[in-house]
Design a protein around this ligand. Sequence first.
Ligand SMILES: [Zn+2]
Length: 747
Amino acid sequence: MPNYITRSRVLLFAAAIAACVVANGGNATSGMNTKATDSINEGASAPEEQNPLLAKWAGPYGGVPAFDKVRVADFKPALEAAMTENLAEVERIASDTSAPTFENTIAAMERTGQTFDRVTTVYGIWGSNMNGTEFQTVQREMAPRLAAFSDKITQNEALFRRIETVYNSPAKAKLTAEQQRLAWLYYTNFVRSGAKLDAKSKSRLSEINQQLAGLYTRFSQNLLADETDQFLVMKDEAELVGLPQSLRDAASAAATTKKMPGAWVLTNTRSSIDPFLTYSDRRDLREKAWRMFVNRGDNGDAHDNNALITEVLQLRAERAKLLGFATHAHWRLDNTMAKTPERAVELMEAVWKPAVARVHVEVADMQALADKEGAKIKIEPWDYRYYQEKVRKDRYDLDQSEVKQYLQLDKLREGIFWVAGELFNFKFTPVTNVTVFHPDVRAWEVTDKTSGKHIGLWYFDPYAREGKRSGAWMNAYRSQERMDGEVTTIVSNNSNFSKGKPGEPTLVSWDDATTMFHEFGHALHGLSSNVTYPTLAGTAVARDYVEFPSQLLEHWLSTPEVLQRFAIHYQTGKAIPPALVEKIKRASTFNQGFATTEYLSSALVDMKLHLAGSQKIDPDAFEKKTLTELGMPGELVMRHRTPQFGHIFSSDSYSAGYYSYLWSDVLTADAFGAFVEGAGPYDAKVAARLRKNIFSVGNTVDPAAGYREFRGRDPQIEALMRKRGFMAKDSKAGGPGQSKKSDGKQN
Ligand SMILES: [Zn+2]
């Protein structure tokens, strides 16, 4: 089955706690794309064997992507050929004259689209990691066509009748539990995609999907243009006052890239802006940088996203109505753990109040410090990170740049491997017998520590560069399955760390280290997969459940076992001193007002935009009105303002779904409690339960049921409130704990 319908997903990092990232399907210019000059008959329909993208993956480990053979010019003909092949495969199933069975319909569908999966996997990697103007042209043309292709399958009436027959057949009771769940999932996904609509509605639905695909591409390309084309140039060293050496080096390197040697350039991405706002003593420049960043996509110019958003929201509202749902939010949440927008909103509002109350305390602390310094200012949004850092130093004697000297990227990578060994008995061995798409990328083989059995491959693309979208994410190049023999998985982690100078180790911040553990949590979720059918494998779970394994892994960074072994000073080689660890621990709930409020304001605006129905929305006005009603403190802004909210406007995937991080974090905080109540973070019995019921099951079980098996009860919200340092006054607050027994739809 085409992988973007159900299977493949790119998992972004946007945890509410750590300073993080995320952009949309990136684009930006790049010189990395292979030239197409020596290419095959361009434009003509090349025979399959001539287009390397269509070839089966060859080589070790059951085959690996041939990254060395990728040419951008091959994408379009490869996608076209793969779509044609996939439609023919599906048509064979749909027109089968024998009675529909699980095997000849659902299992048969699982075997379709293998070429398409391979091509779109590499296409997705080029979209995120290797983007450039040539590729963007392909994207603009192919996005609507891929949407239409997907609709052709879900709107195939004969096919749907067969799926429906299998789903409603009494014979279903004889299938395995996994097969029954797969039949339920196929049926549900097809119905959700409009399989039951009449011909006229189906045709309108497909039009909407194609228009949306085009708008998503334009939204992403606009945002990337503002992140690439806008920057702050500094020519006088006095403008750098307050900045640590690593930021000065990065600004100098950026200036060289922009052909302005001798100057310093502040690029318009979060990984540049946040540290600048934290350290720059120049309040005027902080304000300038802040305005540039929060106005991405909102400048009233050719790259302004407001009109696009109005159109997206109206099309989404119309589509939801066509599909029989009150709003886009109701449609999106129907197949999640939360089930309804109301339950998601209930949880968000319960956390919102204490978070805002905490912001007021934080602002008062910062104002007092500014007054004491005689700054004669009122705290504004461009002052928040700056004074927050001063308060942190003042109160906890904790200096982030001191911590950073103990956080070497390579050592942390060894640390996450070690954790995977302790929890899941995994062993990571570097390999060089596979090709990579950029010299910075490396690959490791994952085996079982005891038996040596091959488990999968892990690719790691750690550094920022032009043509790579910002943020951090995981994706699966191939899902684990064993329908026709064991197929092992290939997963990757991607991030945007600033590479150290040649010969020097790359040092990362505590937040970056947290991101690394987060993404690795997604990778372990994929690597632990132990299912039969690819559609149910690994991370292909409900959107508001998928951030649970990843956010859980973040907890292992601060364990003494990891810090003593792997937080090693880059010059002295000494482990991080216990006194510094103690300071990190004491400061762990510091600034949670800011982090939670900037996240939640985005999540609430996302949900309210998608609950608003078909009214014509002016995004800026709607955002302003919603924030006023919520009582948003004036000293900070949404983590992602509407015109730059790539999560929700570069595709459907996180739309009406940004709440997922909080929902999952209720599970995360509660689940870590199982280790704390046991023998600690490395309790082997708890880890075994975690693997058995959470990490290995993919989407073969209902998530609430899987959680209950692991924890022995439903999750409780108190652990989250404690973790963030909020008093759990209202423990009746929604969240996963109040979930119904089961989703009841699998029968
Ligand atoms: Zn994530």
